[in-house]
Design a protein around this ligand. Structure first.
Ligand code: FES
Length: 147
């Protein structure tokens, strides 16, 4: 769906800009510059303010990135349980480093803080869905779900 249509859908709602940003990002995996500028117009704020909102929240990305966003928890319990090895397995399997996206646009790798699943560390999320007790051996199978 065109980002203009998405923004128009939230135009009259309180807090609509943040909801519109969520919806655009769910569709495109990031917030394009043009979409942020359009939102500024529709919600009657300056472009700088709209950018401020887009860049304030860590869940929003204003840079293009892979469609499936993989986040690895780097908080202490996950770290102690072997998150570093999971990171290495993801980087090896995808051929990219943390903070990068694959050339085919399928995957992005990012860090996150604790996602509240510390009972089953290490934890990764893919598009917000948690995967628990992850080990390097499980990575190829998990990624295969998205290819
Ligand atoms: S520390 Fe990783 S989910 Fe809580």
């Amino acid at each position: 769906m065109d980002y203009r249509e998405i923004i128009a859908r939230y135009a009259d709602k309180p807090g609509g800009m943040i909801e519109a940003f969520h919806a655009i990002q769910a569709d495109l995996s990031y917030l394009p510059e043009k979409a942020v500028a359009e939102a500024a117009q529709v919600f009657k704020v300056s472009t700088a303010e709209a950018y401020g909102v887009a860049s304030f929240y860590s869940m929003f990305s204003v840079k293009p990135r892979g469609k499936n966003v993989i986040r690895i928890c780097e908080s202490a319990p996950c770290h102690v349980a072997g998150a570093t090895e999971v990171v290495a397995a993801l980087e090896r399997e995808l051929g990219i480093k943390m903070g990068e996206s694959t050339d085919d646009g399928l995957f992005a790798l990012e860090f996150t803080e604790c996602v509240g699943q510390c009972q089953a560390t290490p934890v990764i999320t893919i598009n917000g869905k948690p995967y628990l007790d992850v080990s390097p051996a499980l990575i190829p199978g998990i990624l295969a779900e998205f290819k």
